[in-house]
Design a protein around this ligand. Structure first.
Ligand SMILES: [Zn+2]
Length: 321
């Protein structure tokens, strides 16, 4: 690593800081109010009608999982507001960054593992089972749609339940990986769990550098590389080509778009609205705060998500849908 006195930053460092700036710009894209929300009664009736017509593509974001205790990282208290976001470029290039990531995750990730699906996840799964949906696409990496009984969920930004080797592509289940981490770091978690260790709501922790230094990282079971990364899409990284293809296919077979709990600040989500709009499809956003696509959608329902979905589902059931 270059020291502070290095006159010229290395190419790699320049690239990493450019990726950081882009990530921070994306985080700051928390939009203000740009459009007047649809009156609630009208929004409810329209959403019920939309689902009754079937072939709805549902796109979900962090807002659907907050009731499961997973905070929206874009919110005022989100983890990415407190610390600089990890970019793919940094993770791939820096052994120190990987060590810090895995050490902190090893100590703090229990909150994520304990999360359970909430009523919103269960209602969406039930819509799918009743044949009302063209598909479910989520920006979340928590696996809670599937845990609620939904099938064929497209996880746009990957899935925490796998670990990928960046060198050879080998994939290991996170549960097996955790067992290996435990074996390589006996007593580590207990030793850092002192009274001054702050575990944040989303499981992120701040570890002393000395603790990070003594953490033992794992190597790929196939090729021995230490470049192991959770199978989630980082800032500065593209959505996998196969995933993009699946979402395009789902979108083309859908009649309309229903966005739940997302501000659509990231292009990979925002694009769904642009595409639906271009295709002349009906679009609805149900979200607790303002979003990037507010001026572009047909129905903008500003409301806490779970009670709204309960209302929609009750109306559907009354109508026998
Ligand atoms: Zn490998």
């Amino acid at each position: 690593m270059p020291s502070r006195s290095d006159p010229q930053p290395r190419f790699e460092d320049t690239r990493i800081s450019a990726a950081h700036r882009a990530a921070l710009r994306s985080l700051d894209r928390v939009v203000g109010e740009t459009a007047a929300p649809t009156p609630p009664g009208e929004a409810l009736a329209s959403t019920v009608d939309q689902l009754s017509s079937g072939e709805v593509l549902v796109l979900t974001g962090a807002g659907i999982s907050t009731d499961s205790g997973i905070p929206d990282y874009r919110g005022d208290h989100g983890s990415l507001r407190r610390s600089r976001p990890m970019t793919f470029q940094e993770f791939a290039a820096s052994p120190e960054a990987r060590k810090r990531y895995w050490a902190r995750g090893f100590v703090g990730a229990t909150r994520m593992r304990q999360a359970e699906p909430n009523l919103s996840h269960r209602i969406v799964a039930s819509w799918q089972q009743r044949g009302l949906l063209a598909g479910i696409v989520t920006q979340n990496v928590d696996g809670l749609h599937s845990a609620a009984g939904a099938t064929d969920v497209v996880a746009l930004h990957g899935d925490m339940s796998w670990v990928d080797c960046l060198a050879c592509g080998h994939r290991e289940a996170r549960t097996d990986f955790e067992v290996r981490l435990e074996a390589a770091n006996p007593g580590f978690r207990e030793s850092v769990m002192s009274e001054h260790l702050v575990v944040n709501a989303d499981g992120d922790v701040n570890l002393d550098q000395a603790d990070v230094d003594r953490f033992v990282i794992l190597h790929c079971l196939n090729c021995g590389s230490d470049r192991l990364k959770p199978s989630v899409v980082y800032f500065g990284e593209n959505v996998a080509a196969e995933t993009r293809e699946r979402t395009r296919d789902l979108a083309s077979h859908s009649r309309s778009l229903l966005v739940l709990g997302s501000s659509l600040a990231v292009m990979s989500g925002y694009r769904f609205v642009l595409d639906a709009e271009k295709a002349g499809k009906r679009t609805t956003v149900i979200n607790g705060g303002p979003g990037r696509a507010d001026t572009k959608v047909g129905v903008l329902w500003r409301t806490p998500l779970t009670p709204a979905l309960e209302e929609v589902d009750a109306a559907l059931r009354r109508a026998g849908v």
